[in-house]
Design a protein around this ligand. Structure first.
Ligand SMILES: C[S@@+](CC[C@H](N)C(=O)[O-])C[C@H]1O[C@@H](n2cnc3c(N)ncnc32)[C@H](O)[C@@H]1O
Length: 196
């Protein structure tokens, strides 16, 4: 198992215009993260979960979960992925996960509640430029889940909470990369070390 949690600081929490994903609180960034996390060429990775924490207006917080092993009818293009997010944020939700499409779930959880749930199944790592080099620790990882910010990064309030749950911070480059690039590199390093 491996997982990714991306924080959508301004990602809309109601159905949005599919022709303006950047204008929907940078849903385009989240879509690219999902594609990089889940898709191989012409197939879907096994044993990957992607979580999105949606913190934008008008109804935050909402959390989405995508389970690669159960996923159907998603293709890697942004518009298709965005259509699934759009559908999920339109559902009536509660604290319990509701399935909105095969392999896609939505719930009302704040970051603290989500991290408590995730820490039962995952070792949690926080991706930050100044973290430990992934190559120094990747072989020790077991069921890792990586937390990343979107184009705005991770705000101090969320970061303070995250630091209480993590095994360590992880860096994949000396440069500040886009979130989707970090996910592609993490997948590459985990594949290379045969951590599945
Ligand atoms: C576009 S970056 C955020 C940039 C934002 N301006 C900031 O200063 O945080 C998106 C996310 O990718 C991750 N990230 C970026 N560069 C990284 C690196 N070199 N190593 C690990 N994670 C990185 C971090 O989680 C970051 O929040």
């Amino acid at each position: 198992m491996r997982g990714f949690l991306i924080i959508g600081n301004e990602a809309f929490t109601e159905p949005f215009n599919l022709s303006d994903l950047p204008g929907a609180g940078r849903i385009d960034v989240l879509c690219r993260c999902i594609s990089q996390a889940l898709f191989l060429s012409h197939s879907i990775r096994k044993g990957v979960e992607v979580y999105l924490l949606l913190l934008g207006e008008p109804d935050p917080p909402k959390v989405m979960r995508i389970k690669s092993d159960e996923l159907r009818r998603m293709s890697p293009d942004e518009r298709n992925v965005a259509g699934h997010i759009r559908k999920a944020v339109g559902f009536k939700i509660s604290k319990d996960w509701v399935e909105t499409n095969s392999g896609i779930f939505v719930a009302r959880k704040n970051l603290n509640e989500l991290l408590i749930e995730l820490s039962k199944n995952y070792e949690i790592y926080y991706m930050r430029e100044d973290g430990k080099d992934i190559r120094d620790v990747v072989t020790t990882m077991k069921n890792p889940l990586f937390i990343l910010g979107d184009h705005l990064g991770v705000k101090k309030r969320e970061e303070d909470l995250i630091l209480g749950f993590i095994k360590s911070t992880i860096s994949v480059s000396k440069f500040s990369l886009m979130a989707e690039q970090c996910i592609a590199i993490a997948n590459y390093e985990l594949d290379r070390a045969e951590i599945f």
